[in-house]
Design a binder for this molecule. Structure first.
Ligand SMILES: [Zn+2]
Length: 337
């Protein structure tokens, strides 16, 4: 990404305080659940925890919410980071769920590390993160618990997004460029305030690796509709009304009228995927805690982060996001607060 583009993105985000849902038709983009959605998902999961966990998580809810986008920022400094956010199922043939081994070791034996990393590893990485979170609870390491809880929330949320399960992640293969940001940033920012995000309390998961695959499978099942309804909404509203310019934004965006039509056609899909994400995050936190022997979280050291520390985290996030050490796979979105 060239420096003028980075500058442009910084200015854009600072001025509109929102994530990147603008459309850039010149290059394919690999965005992720927008920052707004990632933060909302992590924050909402806290309220599904049992009383033994709720106090600790509620006390640290600002950390869990604000740092929800850290893994995206890290893509620019760590080469291994990008594939943890997606899996391109379509490259594994017509029946990817039959072809792909559910467990990492067998998957490496069958396809090799290079292939797996080339096409994304999100379901396996969620399982790795679950192991780390369980270890953090066993060690009663407050900061590690918070970091792992926050970041597993990110990967789980990504695994629930249909466009994170395909090579056509931004509609670039079907002449629908921009659809990624539309689905996971523009729509949640417009409509999530009206979603019902109240759910049953967290439950114990017998097999977290298979749960990760269930999420990917459910997300992938919705993929055809994501693409099909975007085409139908375009036809219905007309290409001339599909985009608009909004105050404070430097590029055209999907128009509100188009978004309303598309969102209605999706018939609650974004809300369902968001609810599934939130529930799954809470379930994984709870399961990790149980597997660690249910340590008393009231006895943990209170990190009591100061305002200065939160500001420092934000500075580091921006620094990571603006780094150009790693030329991440056609990413153009820079996660900056
Ligand atoms: Zn991500």
């Amino acid at each position: 990404m060239n420096s003028s583009l980075i500058f442009f993105l910084i200015i854009k985000i600072l001025t509109c305080n929102t994530s990147c849902f603008q459309i850039n038709e010149s290059k394919p983009v690999r965005n992720y659940w927008g920052f707004y959605a990632h933060r909302l998902i992590n924050k909402s999961a806290v309220f599904l925890l049992p009383p033994e966990m709720f106090g600790f998580y509620k006390k640290n809810i600002r950390y869990i919410e604000e740092n929800a986008v850290n893994p995206d920022a890290r893509r620019y400094i760590i080469r291994e980071e990008a594939p943890r956010h997606y899996i391109d199922l379509d490259v594994y043939g017509e029946h990817p769920f039959d072809s792909l081994p559910k467990y990492w070791k067998e998957a490496v034996e069958k396809y090799g590390l290079d292939t797996l990393n080339n096409y994304g590893i999100v379901p396996w990485h969620i399982h790795t993160m679950k192991f780390r979170l369980t270890e953090a609870f066993k060690r009663k390491d407050t900061e590690y618990i918070l970091k792992m809880s926050t970041e597993i929330g990110h990967y789980i949320a990504d695994a629930n997004v249909p466009l994170h399960t395909t090579e056509n992640y931004n509609g670039q293969l079907t002449n629908q460029v921009g659809i990624h940001g539309l689905w996971e940033s523009r729509l949640p920012e417009m409509f999530a305030p009206h979603y019902n995000l109240f759910m049953n309390k967290a439950k114990y998961l017998e097999n977290t690796q298979l749960e990760a695959w269930n999420a990917v499978r459910n997300a992938n099942m919705a993929l055809d509709s994501v693409l099909k309804f975007e085409r139908e909404a375009t036809q219905k509203i007309g290409i001339d009304k599909k985009y608009s310019f909004e105050e404070g934004k430097h590029q055209r965006v999907y128009s509100k009228d188009f978004c309303k039509v598309y969102h209605k056609m999706l018939n609650g899909m974004v809300e369902r995927r968001m609810r599934a994400s939130i529930k799954m995050v809470a379930d994984f936190w709870f399961t990790s805690w149980v597997d660690a022997g249910q340590p008393d979280l009231n006895l943990l050291l209170d990190p009591n982060f100061s305002e200065e520390q939160f500001q420092q985290m934000q500075i580091e996030r921006k620094r990571d996001a603006q780094s150009k050490k790693v030329n991440s796979r056609q990413h153009e979105t820079v996660p900056i607060d």
